[in-house]
Structures are given as structure tokens and as C-alpha cells.
Ligand binder design. Sequence first.
Ligand SMILES: [Cu+2]
Length: 219
Amino acid sequence: MFYHWGLRRSTLVVSLLASFALAQPPWRDPVPVGGGWASPEYKWLFEFPLPLPPVKQEKWPDKPIYSPATGERIRYYEMEVSQFQKQIYPNLPPTTFVGYDGVLPAPAFIAERGSQSVVRLTNRGPKTSSIHLHGAFSRAPFDGWADDIVQPGQFKDYFWPNLQNGRTIWYHDHVLRHTAENAYFGQVGAYIIHDPAEDALGLPSGKYDIILAISSKVS
Ligand SMILES: [Cu+2]
């Protein structure tokens, strides 16, 4: 599996969702080898609007939370893993996913450099979960270790300091034994650290600054 985040401001247009579609239910186990995971060919390129991720919103924007240790503002988010369906192929039934907040592409986080985030992940999916913020330095308890497992029915709070300079990174499931399966089924999202230094560069912004992901998934 290969993901590449970082194509914001690119004029490259790709079909995203063909490769997200999976024909098998998520709890099929063991995973069939060779052919069982292959998606049908997607033939409707450029015929439907490009699916863009919603931007994740703070839980209580009007009730700011401050760190008891430093007094700094903490942005608090809540996110759920759940099973849902989405129409991908116009000629086939809806596809089953197990992803974040019931949407695909998953919500995108946009964090200001130096602003702290706490994300509460509640697992209402059929399998275990664990979030890794790929490309960020996170303290060990919040790094999504494979055996730091959030069981179905449980939640875990992840603290991310967003201290690095501006970058487009991504978050994804990282749990023991079925990381790839969870990611294939939707537990993958974009995470952008915005650095004020970027604003001086005169890059396209607003509606011209979009999040694109290219993924390749083969059986
Ligand atoms: Cu990763």
C-alpha cells in the first residue's frame, strides 16, 4: 500500500475513490490472498465532483480549553470510528467502509503550528483501532503504538503538539494485526500543519488550496 500526501496546490487531478472501494465486508477473516481484495475497474473518471475531505471542527469552539500545565489553548476534537456505506460505483450497490466520522475521504485536520490538539477517538467499529499521526513527532503514549489498542466501545485521547513547521502529513490506523485492513476500509486522513511563514510565499489559497491523496491498493 502506498499513500502520498502532499499534493496540495497541485493541478494534478486523479480519481480517488476507485481504489477505496472494496467488494468484501470488513470482518471477512482470514484475508483472502490474491484476487479477493481487488476492486472492479472504475470507469467514470472526471464525471463526478472530486471528493474533498471536510475540515475537522473543534468540539466546543466557544468554550476554549487551556492546559493546566502551561496555560496554553488546547483545541479539542472528537472523532469516531464507525461502519458506514457510500456510493462509489454508479452501477453497483453502496460500498461498506469502516472509517472516521462516517465520511470518506476522512476529515482533514488543519492545525496552526504551535497550537496543541487533543483528539478523542471513540471506537464504534467492529475491530480494534489505534491512531498514528504519520510524520509528526508525538510522545510515546500518543504515537499510536500497534499494541496501544482502542477496543470497540472504548475511547482514547491523543495529544498532538503540532510543533513542527508547515507540512502536509496524514493520520491512519496503526493497530496490531489489521493496520492495512483498517486503512483500506477508510481509517486514513489528511493532517496539515499550517505555518504562518507559508503566507508570505504567495501560494494559491482558499478554494485553490485543496487536499488530494493518491492511493494504490492491490490485492
Ligand atoms: Cu504511518
